[in-house]
Design a protein around this ligand. Structure first.
Ligand code: AOS
Ligand code: ZN
Ligand code: ZN
Length: 391
């Protein structure tokens, strides 16, 4: 059993944890079969930010919101940033979109056509200008580029084109700005994706330099992939920059973090704790990247934040000295039991206490339901926006 008599260090680590919400998760979303519209969803970037601020108000743990360009394009990003701050949140990572234009059918930065590549690279540069205006530190890059058929294009040339565009974006970074490079095994390309895995993302980040790090989206791997191994490897190499948390049963399902496999989330967070990377000063961004197609969005995002907190609390409870000793002595069953003891501890009372101590309701979802916010947005917002993902 885990000793819960002194939780000072665990609580202070949990108090410092920050989780970033994605603007698009507040809007309508769906699959290619159907988007089920929900009443009260945001119609503007400002309304998405207001919803993100509401998640922060009830959790105290989600003080920034990632934007997506062009879905969140506004005329005055300085004004949008001030609006967010007035509501108590910061603008977080800027996500680019080089996957929705007709021009990108055969790729964006890897397209065989130099004109299309120029357009895509210019979009990356524009996103950095938006970061200048919002004070965002992170440029999050995900490329849908890839091939559907063997022979469709030259695999190696596409890597050269990708490297060239990344170099140009990297050279444009200023201050403490950095690139978070995301990978994805497949979809929308089905034969070969140009950044299909962490190794490819890592290699490009190495070529770029120290301001380029890998973003792990937990839904972007082959089934059975050991994600905590990737976390451990990238942390050791100093090349882990961020997470896009979500759950998957099959592919890029984008379900609530911690819903499909809370044990995996715990194992990931254990590697983060073990690597000393939980402290915000370390610089890892813990973001959500989810779509709430059938469930109410704001409480689903609150639930996701809570699930990440619970996995983190369990990871913090691992008796690391005992684990080290058992590992060194080759006590296999005991090592496993030490990890499982932490995982099997009910940490909800710890998090409830923490919230109460911070002046929050111990049950953020119940508090949200009582707040009247949902009724207010349903009444006020008519004709809610679609996240941008195809209908
Ligand atoms: C796409 O599958 C990726 O997960 C992206 O991170 C993300 O969903 C997109 O960039 C949203 O803007
Ligand atoms: Zn993602
Ligand atoms: Zn994804």
């Amino acid at each position: 059993m885990i000793d819960l008599s002194d939780l000072t260090a665990v609580k202070s680590a949990l108090r410092a944890q920050r989780i970033e919400t994605p603007s698009w998760a507040f809007a309508n979303s769906g699959t290619r079969f159907k988007v089920f519209p929900q009443a009260g969803v945001p119609r503007t970037p400002e309304e998405k930010i207001a919803d993100a601020a509401t998640v922060h108000r009830f959790t105290g743990a989600a003080p920034s919101v990632a934007l997506h360009i062009p879905w969140d394009r506004v005329a005055d990003f300085g004004a949008l940033t001030r609006y967010a701050r007035d509501l108590g949140v910061e603008v977080g990572a800027i996500n680019t979109n080089v996957f929705q234009d007709e021009d990108y059918k055969l790729g964006s930065v890897t397209n065989p056509d130099a004109g299309v590549r120029r357009k895509a690279t210019d979009h990356l540069l524009e996103a950095i200008s938006i970061m200048d205006a919002t004070g965002s530190r992170d440029l999050k890059l995900w490329f849908s580029d890839g091939l559907n058929y063997p022979g469709q294009d030259d695999l190696r040339d596409r890597q050269d084109r990708l490297a060239e565009a990344l170099r140009e974006a990297y050279a444009r970074l200023g201050g403490d700005q950095r690139i978070l490079l995301e990978y994805k095994l497949f979809e929308p390309a089905f034969y070969a994706t140009d950044i299909p895995d962490w190794g490819t993302a890592y290699a490009h980040c190495l070529e770029l330099g120290e301001r380029a790090t890998v973003c792990i989206d937990t839904g972007h791997h082959a089934p059975g992939t050991n994600i905590e191994f990737i976390v451990a490897f990238l942390l050791r190499a100093g090349k882990l920059g961020a997470f896009d948390f979500n759950s998957r049963f099959y592919a890029d399902d984008d379900l609530m973090a911690g819903a499909a496999d809370p044990f995996q989330l715990f194992r990931i967070m254990y590697e983060i704790v073990r690597g000393g990377a939980l402290d915000p000063a370390y610089g890892i961004k813990f973001m959500l990247d989810q779509c709430h197609n059938i469930e109410a969005k704001i409480p689903a995002i609150i639930r996701s934040v809570m699930n990440v907190q619970e996995a983190t609390a369990k990871a913090l409870l691992v008796d690391r000295d005992a684990l080290r000793a058992a590992q060194r002595e080759g006590r296999v069953l005991e090592s496993n039991a030490i990890l499982m003891d932490a995982y099997n501890t009910d940490v909800r009372p710890i998090l409830a206490d923490l919230r109460t101590e911070a002046g929050l309701d111990p049950d953020p979802i119940a508090a949200y339901r009582r707040s009247g916010y949902q009724e207010k947005i349903v009444a006020e917002r008519v004709g809610g926006d679609q996240a941008g993902w195809g209908a």
